[in-house]
Design a protein around this ligand. Structure first.
Ligand code: TRP
Length: 468
């Protein structure tokens, strides 16, 4: 069992911020964000997403930080430590969510692995769409999934702090620099401005008509990209030794994560429009097909591709670590096993759960939907109720490091915001998403045969693409 004196902690405040940024910045920003934007109506989604990040995401991150720093425990044990053992079930939901996320996250990260290697060989340069079809489902995808999990298991098993701290210090600047370069390149392409307009020009009519439809997806994306709703930020902040200003820390983390996502949009939409791909049809493949195609056309494709997909890969690793760490820290603390067997066991199980995903993008989309639309908002809603009504000392925890009294206006205002605006928004998103999921489920039940046919057509198409 862990004791506070043997518990690991971050070396520096910067180390914590960077590790949290490493967790937040990942496939959510570079792979998931662009296709969410395109599925949900372009600029209207961007506006609602940004509003949600500022009004809900940032203060919600403080909900997790105040739980983690005060309890210094993993998400399941944290509740008992704070005197509310009955709430441990929320931690259980967090751990289950982590399982599901990592199982498909690793499959997508596997694609990135393949594209990193494919940049060296030039494999995807001739026909980016066919290449994606060939590697994204089937045995290749399974092998890549295994390889990525092996890397993540290796890092978490060794203990992660030094590795992560050093990695992210190089990485975050590298990501930003690269994306800026790619953005300038993309903007020079013919037709790029259409993409910029699609992404940035607000359409107030669409916005006022469909904000209620966009909101649930924007909420899911916001939680996913900020690593909220499954205790990753509880776990990371539980390694904080000193009482620094949590508000400033979360400002940095949220600001960097959001800035990088917005920048990714400025790269990918101009490129998609220039290449003539309808962004609404790209789905999970749009990053690989669209950007892969653009990189193939650019001068110095090999190096450009290697650096870009390599960066995406490392960003994916530093996020995946934070997901596995939640489950592993729980197993270590509660089952009295060492880090190595715990990591191997949990990691292998997650690999097994991910096998169907490696063979079917329909499964991937399903898992991704369940996580971002249901499990993360559910986890967040429960954490919000806990902090709002049960763990009212959260105010004192927030005030520490701010050099103000817990009774002053700021912690109180935050608490009221948590109890009203955040709770309302999270519950609304959850209910709307649940209705949407129910409708899809009924549709699938009644259209079971139609779905089989669609699957068959899809598989045949892939076969045809694979055949030269
Ligand atoms: N935020 C990461 C990304 O954008 C993914 C991630 C890491 C995550 N930890 C999480 C998502 C915890 C939800 C919950 O790629």
């Amino acid at each position: 069992m862990e004791t506070p004196s043997t518990r690991e902690h971050w070396g520096t405040r910067m180390g914590f911020i960077l590790a949290a940024v490493g967790s937040a910045v990942g496939l959510g920003n570079i792979w998931r964000f662009p296709f969410q934007v395109s599925e949900q109506g372009g600029s209207s989604f961007l506006i609602i997403y940004l509003a949600f990040i500022i009004a809900i995401g940032l203060p919600a991150m403080l909900v997790e930080f105040t739980i983690g720093r005060r309890s210094k425990r993993n998400p399941i044990n944290a509740f008992k430590k704070l005197g509310h053992g009955k709430w441990s079930f929320v931690g259980v939901i967090c751990v289950i969510t982590g399982f599901v996320i990592l199982s498909y996250y690793s499959v997508v990260a596997g694609w990135t692995l393949q594209y990193t290697a494919g940049s060296i060989t030039g494999g995807y340069f001739d026909d980016p769409a066919a290449y994606f079809g060939a590697i994204s489902e089937g045995w290749v995808a399974l092998g890549l999934h295994a390889l990525f999990m092996a890397v993540v298991i290796g890092i978490v098993a060794m203990g992660i702090e030094k590795g992560i701290e050093i990695c992210v210090k190089l990485l975050v600047p590298a990501i930003i620099l690269l994306l800026l370069m790619l953005m300038f390149y993309g903007l020079t392409l013919d037709g790029a401005m259409e993409g910029v307009e699609y992404y940035l020009a607000p359409d107030l009519e669409v916005l006022s008509e469909s904000w209620l439809e966009i909101l649930p997806a924007a909420a899911g994306q916001a939680f996913f990209t900020l690593s909220l709703g499954m205790g990753a930020m509880i776990t990371y902040s539980s390694y904080l030794a000193k009482d620094d200003d949590l508000v400033a820390d979360s400002g940095w983390i949220v600001g960097l994560d959001t800035g990088i996502a917005v920048l990714v949009g400025l790269v990918i939409f101009p490129v998609l429009f220039a290449v003539g791909i309808d962004p609404g049809e790209g789905g999970p493949g749009s990053l690989f097909i669209g950007l892969g195609g653009a990189i193939a056309e650019a001068p110095g494709s090999n190096i450009l591709g290697l650096v870009f997909f390599g960066t995406v890969l490392i960003a994916a690793v530093s996020s995946a670590i934070s997901i596995l760490e939640v489950v592993v820290s729980y197993v270590i603390d509660n089952f009295e096993v060492n880090r190595l067997p715990a990591t191997l066991g949990v990691g292998s199980l997650i690999f097994l759960v991910g096998i169907p995903t490696a063979f079917s993008q329909t499964t991937l989309t399903f898992y991704d939907g369940v996580v971002a639309d249901l499990l993360l908002p559910l986890g967040m809603a429960l954490l919000v109720v806990f902090v709002g009504w049960f763990y009212t000392d959260a105010r004192d925890e927030l005030a520490k490091g701010l050099n103000i009294a817990p009774t002053s206006w700021f912690p109180n205002a935050w608490m009221w915001h948590v109890r009203t605006v955040i709770l309302a928004a999270v519950v609304l998103a959850l209910v709307l998403n649940a209705i949407g999921a129910y409708e899809t489920f009924i549709e699938l039940l009644t259209a079971g045969e139609a779905a089989d046919v669609a699957d068959h057509v899809h598989d045949t198409a892939i076969d045809l693409i694979e055949e030269p």
